[in-house]
Design a protein around this ligand. Structure first.
Ligand code: NAD
Length: 293
């Protein structure tokens, strides 16, 4: 059993913390939201007064925060100065590669172990403990983190050195965003051509356009009964989150001189969709904008 300081118990962090508690760990949790903190305390966590309070005396620190600025502020302001030597730091938030590498460098300079371990799998995966973790960090830090990640996830891939977990996450989600737009455009064109969407699905789901956006998150109701299209595009994975990840990918592309014209266009489309008051709509709902409705 380890003592774990867990910071950020929102949609994802809440169920992840609960799985660590179920596995027998002593979790000291902190969140700016008292309501969310109370929920994990009801599941067996100890309520901390602050992030510093949560991590003091911890063997392991897990953070699940909204964005890079929160991760930097929490680690620089509250965590790095409060933890003891030998503490393992695991940041599961989705953030920019540069911040992940900078914070990991500061941790290493203090002799601390740290991995970036962003996730895929959504709230359902967090609850079921079936998340996919993409991990960046030195081999020995990955080996230390693995037993804790196995409690919260099913697939754990060590992607290389610090920041490489974030790199894998934003490349994956850039591909996902582009693919969803392509699938939505295919179905809209099919509608205009008088082709039954089920027939297009029957062909494409077994042909060369097959992809997750088609076979799991099909943006029209019918062919995949569990896809958000069947519940008026309730998320799922919100358009706002897709836009965040596409923006991260485009910042990285600019910074590292990569030509990602399709990613750039997908970001533009998702920005227009989110600006049209659709931030909390599932990202597959972009088909409504493409259809012109
Ligand atoms: P969320 O907004 O529900 O949770 C974040 C929590 O962090 C909030 O409860 C907030 O109060 C807390 N917080 C912010 N600043 C804090 C601080 N200084 N100290 C303590 N707590 C603080 O977000 P989420 O959906 O749980 O997502 C968390 C991360 O996981 C994000 O980076 C997101 O991109 C990523 N992610 C989310 C999903 C998903 O489906 N929700 C899937 C994959 C990855």
């Amino acid at each position: 059993m380890a003592r774990i300081g867990f910071i950020g118990v929102g949609n994802m962090g809440g169920p992840m913390a609960k799985n660590l508690i179920k596995a027998g760990n002593e979790v000291h949790a902190f969140d700016l939201s008292k309501v969310l903190l109370d929920k994990v305390v009801a599941a067996g966590a100890v309520a901390a007064e602050s992030a510093t309070d949560a991590v003091r005396g911890a063997d392991v620190v897990v953070t699940m925060l909204p964005a890079g600025k929160h991760v930097r502020a929490v680690y620089e302001g509250e965590v790095l100065g409060a933890v003891g030597a030998g503490t393992l730091l695991i940041d599961c938030s989705t953030i920019d590669v540069a911040t992940a590498r900078d914070v990991a460098g500061q941790a290493a300079a203090k002799g601390l172990s740290m991995v970036d371990a962003p996730v895929s799998g959504g709230v359902g995966g967090a609850e079921a403990g079936t998340l996919t973790f993409m991990v960046g960090g030195p081999d020995e830090d990955f080996a230390k983190a693995n037993p804790y990640l196995e409690v919260m996830g099913r697939t754990i891939v060590h992607c290389g050195g610090p920041g490489n977990g974030q790199a894998a996450k934003i490349c994956n989600n850039m591909m996902l965003g582009i693919q969803m737009v392509s699938v939505a455009e295919g179905f809209v064109l099919a509608e205009k051509l008088g082709l039954d969407p089920q027939k297009l699905f029957d062909v494409s789901s077994t042909a060369s356009a097959q992809c997750w956006s088609l076979t799991t998150y099909c943006p029209v109701p019918g062919p995949v009964p569990t896809s958000p299209a069947n519940r008026d595009y309730q998320p799922g994975f919100t358009a706002a989150m897709m836009l965040k990840d596409l923006a991260l990918s485009q910042d990285a592309a600019k910074g590292f001189d990569a030509d990602t014209a399709m990613g750039q266009h997908a970001e533009k489309l998702y920005r227009a969709f989110v600006d049209g008051d659709n931030g909390e709509t599932d990202f597959s709902g972009i088909i409504k904008m493409i259809r012109g409705g």
